[in-house]
Design a protein around this ligand. Structure first.
Ligand code: PMP
Length: 310
C-alpha cells in the first residue's frame, strides 16, 4: 500500500512529497499545524475523524494570525482530509497532520512578503502516553512562553521548541511527561496536552489566559463531564501545589487522548492509581471518538466511501 500526502495542491505518494532546503518555515518556525485523529471502528470497518471541522477552523484562524494565506476554506480542508484518509486506507488508529507554512525559498526573518502553502499527511498512531496505567510527570524547569512572546494558542511550529525542551528534560529525568508553569508560576499545560485536576468532585483546569493551547479534547472533556456526569469544570489559574494535593489528575490532547496522571514530582496523586472520575471520563471519551455514542456522532466524520461527507 502506497502512502499518500497532500502536497503542492495535489495528492502525491508520500515518498515524492519533498521540499527545498531553503524553505522559510524550516529555518524560522513560520508554520501553523494541527493534529487530527482518525479512530478506527473495527465493528463498522469505519474510520471516524474526530472534530475534523473544529481542527481546521482552528488552523484557519491561526494561519490568519501568522499572515499565512491558507489557500483552502474549512469545507475544502475537510474534503481534502477525507479524501487523503480514504486514499491511505488504514485499518487502525491514525494521526493526520495538516501544516500551513511559509513556503518561499528565502532568507530573512519576517512573516510578510512570502509565499504560503499547505500540506497534509497521515500516519498510523497508537496511544502517545500510557492511557491504562497512567503517566508520571514532573513540573518542568522550563517556563511556558507568554502570549506576547510567541502566542501558544497559535500552534506555531517554532513555539514547540519550548515543549521539546520540557519533554526531553522530563524524559531524561525518568518521567513520562512535563507539566509547564507559565511566567506567573501557575500551571499552564503539558508539552502537548492540557491539564485537569479533580478536587472535591469538581474539575479544575487552567484558563485560556494562562498561555495554553485551548484544546479541542479539553473542550470535549468539559462537555462530557457536564452533560454525562453532571460535573462542572472550573477554569481558573491553578497553583503548582494544587497538583500535588489533587484527588485525581489527567492530561488531554488529540495525541494523548485522556491520559491519567498517577504521580507528579515523586508525589502520588490520590492513591497513585487511575481515579474514578478519570476512568468514567475515559470510557465516555473513547466511545465518543470511535463513533459509538450516537448522541455525539456529529463530532465524528466517517472517512470511508459510502458514509463519507459530500
Ligand atoms: N497543548 C499543547 C501544547 C498541544 O500541543 C496540544 C495538542 N494539540 C494540546 C494542548 C491539546 O490540544 P487538542 O486537544 O486540540 O489536541
Amino acid at each position: 500500500m502506497a502512502d499518500y500526502a497532500f502536497f503542492n495542491k495535489q495528492f502525491v505518494p508520500l515518498s515524492e512529497a519533498k521540499m527545498g532546503i531553503m524553505t522559510h518555515a524550516l529555518h524560522y518556525g513560520t508554520a501553523c499545524f494541527d493534529g487530527i485523529r482518525g479512530n478506527w471502528n473495527e465493528e463498522e470497518k469505519q474510520m471516524y475523524l474526530f472534530r475534523v471541522r473544529d481542527h481546521h477552523q482552528r488552523l484557519k484562524k491561526n494561519s490568519y494570525m501568522m499572515k499565512i494565506d491558507l489557500p483552502y476554506s474549512v469545507d475544502e480542508l475537510c474534503r481534502i482530509t477525507v479524501e487523503l484518509v480514504e486514499k491511505n486506507g488504514y485499518h487502525e488508529d491514525i494521526y493526520i497532520r495538516p501544516l500551513a507554512y511559509k513556503s518561499s525559498q528565502a532568507i530573512g526573518v519576517r512573516i510578510h512578503n512570502l509565499d504560503d502553502d499547505f500540506l497534509m499527511f497521515v500516519t498510523p498512531f497508537g496511544p502517545y502516553l500510557d492511557i491504562e496505567k497512567g503517566c508520571r510527570c514532573c513540573v518542568s524547569t522550563w517556563r511556558r512562553i507568554d502570549d506576547n512572546v510567541i502566542p501558544p494558542r497559535a500552534k506555531v511550529t517554532g513555539l514547540y521548541v519550548n515543549s521539546a525542551m520540557a519533554k526531553t528534560e522530563a524524559w531524561e529525568n525518568g518521567f513520562d511527561e512535563a507539566i509547564i508553569l507559565n511566567q506567573d508560576g501557575h500551571v499552564s499545560e503539558g508539552s502537548g496536552e492540557n491539564v485537569f485536576i479533580v478536587s472535591d468532585g469538581k474539575l479544575l483546569t487552567p484558563p485560556s489566559s494562562d498561555n495554553i493551547l485551548v484544546g479541542i479534547t479539553r473542550d470535549t472533556v468539559i462537555k462530557l463531564a457536564k452533560n454525562e456526569l453532571g460535573i462542572d469544570t472550573v477554569e481558573r489559574s491553578v497553583d503548582r501545589t494544587e497538583l500535588y494535593l489533587a484527588d485525581e489528575c489527567f492530561l488531554t490532547g488529540t495525541a494523548a487522548h485522556l491520559t491519567p496522571v498517577i504521580e507528579i514530582d515523586h508525589r502520588k496523586i490520590g492513591d497513585g492509581t487511575v481515579g474514578e472520575i478519570t476512568k468514567k471520563l475515559q470510557q465516555l471519551y473513547f466511545d465518543v471518538i470511535r463513533g459509538k455514542n450516537s448522541k455525539y456522532i456529529d463530532w465524528c466524520t466517517p472517512a470511508y466511501s459510502s458514509k463519507a461527507i459530500a
